[in-house]
Design a protein around this ligand. Structure first.
Ligand code: HSE
Length: 335
């Protein structure tokens, strides 16, 4: 059957802010490539936002599909992309979307850290998918291997540098001998840290990610309330100098463990040896060091966020086109 005879996959966007509008642009501009890869046409059929005027700066969004009726978009789509943020109405709409039979894509860490177990169970009961690859580790393909490749193994612990902002700050303090406040101000001026950096520097962002990692890695229910959190605001230049003198570095780690004593999840500034692979994670990069019984040690490393162009979480979940293989001329390895 020709693709044009097949009903398109209806995609509904909840939220039309920075990420929502750019996701809409990808869906509209790459419609044909996406259809070719997926094998079915794909169509943006609804964009829900608080005020339709929010979409005025984005000419690629067809005004006819913009609505303030978020529930109708949530329950009349095949794939719902949740970009509302927060843990209030986002939960209601995500659960309604799942109940209507839609699969859901989200990068809402706070939502998953608080209600992840409830949402995953609802999706499983309904036989739909929930994708949230970019919620931990930004551009690093980490959650899918954790959910799928390692499902037959027993993951015993994960140590994660999962917050780019704090890694950048600690790295600048370490390499330049600067104080926390000075680095934070500089990072804010350069746009590497948020105007309100509380969620990052107090460790709450990393704690959300720790809850998601522990839930997926240990096949159990861990929420943000189970995570103990200490941020980096009390770290001084003297602390850093003392660590350096002992050939160690201070990193804000999300540490999740699955031992005979049970599951634990913590976020705290940890002293690690210069020889540990995590010590070489600089700037705003992220990494997660995983220990599993069969696979032994694994490390996932790459761009998180903070000071770098953010990845395209939703684009990847939908399967954006691969870079083209050079057309014409000899291929590598061939004459
Ligand atoms: N504020 C986060 C960070 C963004 O600095 O890593 C990515 O989740």
């Amino acid at each position: 059957m020709a693709q044009e005879d097949v009903a398109p996959i209806r995609v509904g966007l909840l939220g039309a802010g920075t990420v929502g509008s750019q996701t809409a642009r990808l869906l509209v501009e790459q419609k044909d490539e996406l259809a070719a890869r997926i094998g079915r046409p794909i169509e943006l059929t609804g964009v829900a936002c608080l005020d339709p005027a929010e979409t005025d700066p984005f000419p690629w969004i067809d005004k006819a599909i913009v609505t303030t009726d978020t529930m109708s978009v949530a329950t009349n789509s095949d794939i719902v992309i949740e970009l509302i943020g927060g843990t209030g109405v986002a939960r209601k709409f995500v659960l309604a979307a799942i109940e209507s039979g839609a699969s859901v894509v989200t990068a809402n860490k706070a939502l998953l850290a608080k209600y992840g177990p409830e949402i995953y169970a609802a999706a499983e009961a309904k036989g739909v998918d929930i994708y949230f690859e970019a919620s931990v580790g930004g551009a690093i393909p980490f959650l899918k291997p954790l959910r799928e490749s390692l499902v037959g193994d027993k993951v015993t612990s994960m140590l994660g540098i999962v917050n780019g902002t704090t890694n950048y700050i600690l790295d600048e303090m370490t390499t330049k001998g600067l104080d926390f406040d000075d680095v934070l101000k500089d990072a804010q001026a350069k746009g590497y840290a948020e105007a309100d950096p509380t969620g990052d520097i107090e460790g709450y962002d990393a704690a959300n990610k720790a809850a998601i990692m522990a839930t997926l890695g240990f096949h159990t229910s861990v929420t943000i309330d189970d995570v103990s959190v200490e941020g980096i605001t009390k770290i001084t230049a003297d602390d850093i100098a003392a660590a350096t003198a002992e050939n160690k570095v201070i990193k804000l780690l999300a540490v999740v463990e699955n031992t005979d004593a049970g599951v634990s999840a913590r976020v705290y500034p940890a002293l690690i040896s210069n020889t540990h692979p995590l010590a070489s994670v600089h700037g705003s990069f992220n990494a997660v060091f995983v220990k599993a019984e069969a696979a032994d040690d694994l490390m996932f490393y790459g761009r998180g966020a903070g000071g770098a162009p953010p990845p395209s979480p939703v684009g990847r979940a939908l399967g954006p086109p691969a870079p083209p293989i050079a057309q014409g001329g000899p291929r590598p390895g061939r004459r």
